[in-house]
Ligand binder design. Structure first.
Ligand code: PLP
Length: 376
C-alpha cells in the first residue's frame, strides 16, 4: 500500500534529500565534508535569519533544547516558562530538573499565550530568561513570539524559543525580533530525517552561560569548533549532507514563498475540515500554519481507519487530548494535494463511522481556499 505521512514530524522527505543520505560516508575532517558543512551552517543562519552561530547537535529537538537549559540555567536562578501545551510542560519539567526556580505562565491546552501576561509577570518578578514555544504542536496554536520577545527584552530577560515545528514554516526573525536562542530539529519543516538538533545562540546568550556541568552540549565548545569548520565530535555526516540539500530546496523556493505556502496549506486544511462539518480544535486563523487539529470523539477510530484503509498516518492527541483530537500536519514538503488526500480519506472513514459529515465537499473547499486566497 502506498503510504502517506501527514504528521507534524517526522515529515515527508524529498527524494533529493534521501539520495544525499545514501551517498558514501565521508570523513568529517576531510575536504569531502568541510564545504558541505560550511554551506549547511550558512544556510541554517539564512533560514534562522541570524548572523549568530547556529550550533548543530546529533540529537532530536529536545536534545538541542537541553543544550539551552544546561548552558543558561544554574540552580536557584529564576526563569519564566510560558506553557500552553505538551511542549511548554516539557520545558517546565526540564528547567525544573536542572534546578531553576521556575515561574510558570500556564494556559489551558489550546489557548494562545498573551504577550501582555508575559509583560505583567515580568513586572512582578524578574527572570533571567523567558522560554516560549512558537508552535505548540500538541494543540496547533502558533504564538506571537515577536510580541512575547519584545516584552521579555523590555524587562532585560533573554528569550529562548522552541521553534522545533515552526522553523521554515512560519516567520521566525531571530535577529530582528531579538531572539537569543532559537531551537529546532531536522525532521519537521526542514524536510530531513530525524536526528539533528540545532540552536542559534546570540552573543548575549553565549555570554550568559552558567555553572551547570555540561560537556557534549557545551555551547562554547561547539561554537569554537564550528567557527573553524571542525566539529568537536563526529557529526552525523549523512544527515548534515541531507539537511544541506533540504535547506537548498527551501531557500530556492524562498522563505517568504514557503511561509505563504504554509499559510495556504493551513487555510486549505481548515476549509476542508469545516466544509465536511467537523469541528476545529486549533484556532481558525492564518497563524495556524503548522498543524490542523480537529476535535472528534471518534478521533482514534478515524486515525486507525485512514491508516489501515488508505495507508495515511495522522497524529492523535497528546496528554489529556488523547482520543479527543486528531492532527493533520502540513509542514515542510507539502502541497495542497497532500491536504486533499488526508481530507478525502477522513471524510470516507468518518462517514463510515456514522458521523454526520457531508460527503464530497471537503476537497473542493480545500482547493478553493488554497488557490483563491491571497496571503497578505
Ligand atoms: N517542541 C515542539 C514544538 C515539537 O513539536 C517537538 C516534537 O514533536 C519537540 C519540541 C521535541 O522535538 P523532538 O521530538 O525532536 O525531541
Amino acid at each position: 500500500m502506498k503510504r502517506y505521512l501527514l504528521t507534524p514530524g517526522p515529515t515527508p522527505v524529498p527524494p533529493e534529500v534521501l539520495a544525499a543520505m545514501g551517498a558514501p560516508v565521508v570523513h568529517h575532517r576531510s575536504p569531502d565534508f568541510r564545504p558541505v558543512y560550511e554551506r549547511c551552517l550558512a544556510r541554517l543562519r539564512e533560514v534562522c535569519r541570524t548572523e549568530s552561530d547556529v550550533l548543530l547537535f546529533a540529537s532530536s529537538g529536545t536534545g538541542a533544547f537541553e543544550s539551552a537549559v544546561v548552558n543558561l540555567v544554574s540552580p536557584g536562578e529564576r526563569h519564566l516558562v510560558v506553557s500552553a501545551g505538551s511542549f511548554g510542560e516539557r520545558w517546565i519539567a526540564m528547567t525544573s530538573a536542572y534546578g531553576a526556580e521556575v515561574d510558570r505562565l500556564e494556559y489551558a491546552w489550546g489557548e494562545t499565550p498573551d504577550p501582555d501576561d508575559v509583560r505583567s509577570r515580568l513586572a512582578e518578578r524578574e527572570a533571567k530568561a523567558v522560554w516560549v514555544v512558537q508552535s505548540e504542536t500538541s494543540t496547533g496554536v502558533v504564538a506571537d513570539v515577536q510580541a512575547m520577545a519584545a516584552a521579555a527584552k523590555e524587562a532585560g530577560a533573554l528569550v529562548v524559543v522552541d521553534a522545533v515545528s515552526s522553523l521554515g514554516a512560519v516567520p521566525c526573525e531571530t535577529d530582528a525580533w531579538g531572539l537569543d536562542v532559537v531551537v529546532s530539529g531536522s525532521q519537521k519543516a526542514l524536510m530531513t530525517p530525524p536526528g539533528l538538533g540545532l540552536a542559534s545562540v546570540s552573543e548575549a546568550a553565549a555570554a550568559a552561560c552558567g555553572s551547570t556541568p555540561r560537556f557534549y552540549f557545551d555551547w562554547e565548545r561547539t561554537r569554537k569548533a564550528q567557527r573553524a569548520l571542525d566539529a568537536p565530535f563526529t557529526p552525523p555526516v549523512s544527515l548534515v549532507a541531507a539537511l544541506d540539500v533540504a535547506l537548498g530546496i527551501l531557500l530556492d523556493e524562498g522563505l517568504e514563498a514557503a511561509f505563504d505556502r504554509h499559510v495556504r496549506l493551513g487555510r486549505a486544511a481548515r476549509a476542508g475540515v469545516k466544509a465536511m462539518g467537523l469541528e476545529l480544535f486549533s484556532p481558525d486563523e492564518d497563524r495556524s500554519a503548522v498543524v490542523t487539529a480537529v476535535r472528534a470523539a471518534e478521533a482514534a477510530e478515524i486515525i486507525s481507519g485512514v491508516r489501515t484503509r488508505f495507508g495515511i498516518t495522522l497524529a492523535g492527541g497528546q496528554g489529556d487530548l488523547k482520543g479527543k483530537i486528531l492532527r493533520i500536519g502540513h509542514i515542510g514538503w507539502f502541497d495542497v494535494f497532500d491536504i486533499t488526500t488526508a481530507l478525502a480519506a477522513i471524510e470516507i472513514v468518518a462517514a463510515d463511522l456514522g458521523l454526520d459529515v457531508e460527503r464530497g465537499v471537503a476537497v473542493t473547499a480545500a482547493l478553493e481556499a488554497y488557490e483563491h486566497t491571497q496571503v497578505a
